[in-house]
Ligand binder design. Structure first.
Ligand code: UD1
Ligand code: UDP
Length: 364
């Protein structure tokens, strides 16, 4: 029987790996499934584990305040070594582009343990944007044996880099598997009641390369637009990074139509997404979730590795310049045509069965 180990550590990895954990655990006659979390995130990771009922076999507990890329890389690499040596999994599955995923894949490479990359093949081809994620995902793909590409575009990216076609599987994105279980018609929430008389804007921001001026620019543009649109309210479930919190409270605090709240549990966030008018974000995962819900997204970044959502018309890249965000946000609020053209639901990231396809690829 195969022993499969899944290693992950942040909120988005957990949201996209827990459906796979549960799929694999439902096949005890076919494989042994071991979960190791690095704890790169703590509260935001634990929220997701609770929702999906996943109890990890190992927890490296690495998170510390102000952690650097050096801290995360070194701590994951050294702490994972002993666990890999004692568990000796047949395959280790990592996800996406975080430093947890990169360091875990590197540890497997040093111990010559095969790696399966979930959400393989996304590319901007600029290792500084998003930073350090583009490097992380390319590095994981260098050492992987199995590639679980969410779309045909990501498969093609891998083929262009001469990755062996036999190891590549187009599965859809496991994030859509999660979304299929969370959105409910009868969902209620006090924040949504507060915003029910207005158009609701959902905001998130956290990217490392946006800390500092770019993030301040985003927040200033959002505030300026909201000040002249009094039929709009905003909810901003804020990331736990203290640098993000400081900038957000400085630029957006004290504005009564904008609520900064603690990170939402994924069930709540998905239902907020399903009910909002539009989204402003620099997140990766939200770019995948919003198209299937038909919610326009202004992506406050210079690049995206998710061209499928741009092609579908749901995502618009608006950069991190204050005026470009101000203009795009204003246009989307003022032009019904622009709004309609961006709010058609489409499903470029799969049918919610990615975890089943990955399990079948691994277990035959
Ligand atoms: C990480 C990933 C990024 C991913 C993001 C998702 C890397 C380098 N970055 O970035 O790719 O998009 O997660 O959110 O892998 N913190 C807490 N509690 C938590 C989580 C974070 O207090 O539950 C605080 C800590 O002070 C921590 C800081 O946030 O030091 C930054 O966390 P970190 O994982 O280093 O960076 P993210 O920006 O979250
Ligand atoms: N999310 C959540 N609660 C929140 C904000 C986001 O559960 O308060 C979810 C969101 O639905 C998506 C994921 O977290 O699945 C995105 O995480 P994040 O933006 O932190 O990381 P990224 O996707 O950019 O790596």
């Amino acid at each position: 029987m195969k022993k499969l180990m899944l290693v992950f550590g942040t909120r988005p990895e957990a949201i996209k790996m827990c459906p796979l954990v549960n799929e694999l655990k439902s096949r005890p006659d076919q494989c042994e499934t071991v979960v190791c979390v690095t704890g790169q995130h703590r509260e935001m990771l634990d929220q997701v584990l609770r929702v999906f009922g996943v109890v990890p076999e190992h927890d490296l507990r690495i998170m510390k305040a102000g952690q650097t890329l050096f801290d995360i890389t070194c701590d994951v690499l050294t702490k994972l070594k002993g666990i890999l040596e004692s568990e000796r999994p047949d395959v280790v599955l990592v996800h996406g582009d975080t430093t947890t995923s990169f360091a875990a894949a590197l540890a497997c490479f040093y111990l010559q343990i095969p790696v399966g990359h979930v959400e393989a093949g996304l590319r901007t081809r600029n290792v500084f944007s998003p930073w350090p994620e583009e490097f992380n995902r390319q590095a994981v793909d260098i050492v992987s044996k199995y590639y679980f590409a969410p779309t045909e575009t990501s498969r093609q990216n891998l083929l262009n880099e001469c990755k062996g076609p036999d190891g590549i599987y187009v599965t859809g994105n496991t994030g859509i598997d999660a979304l299929a279980t969370t959105v409910r018609d009868d969902y209620k929430n006090e924040h949504l009641d507060w915003a029910s008389d207005s158009r609701l804007i959902l905001i998130t921001a956290h990217r490392r390369e946006n800390l500092g001026d770019p993030m301040r620019n985003m927040f200033r543009a959002i505030r300026r637009v909201m000040e002249v649109h009094d039929d709009v309210k905003a909810i901003y479930p804020i990331h736990m990074n203290p640098a993000v919190r400081k900038a957000a409270h400085a630029e957006l605090g004290g504005f009564d139509r904008l609520r900064i709240i603690e990170p939402l549990e994924v069930i709540d966030f998905h239902n907020f997404l399903a009910r909002c008018y539009l989204v402003l974000t620099d997140s990766g995962g939200i770019q995948e979730e919003a198209p299937s819900l038909g919610k326009p997204v202004l992506v406050m970044r210079d690049t995206t590795e998710r061209p499928e959502g741009v092609a579908a018309g749901t995502l618009r890249l608006v950069g991190t310049n204050e005026d470009s965000i101000y203009c795009a946000f204003t246009e989307l609020l003022d032009s019904a045509d622009c709004y309609l053209s961006m709010s058609k639901a489409s499903n470029p990231y799969g049918d919610g069965k990615a975890s089943i396809r990955i399990a079948e690829a691994l277990l035959g």
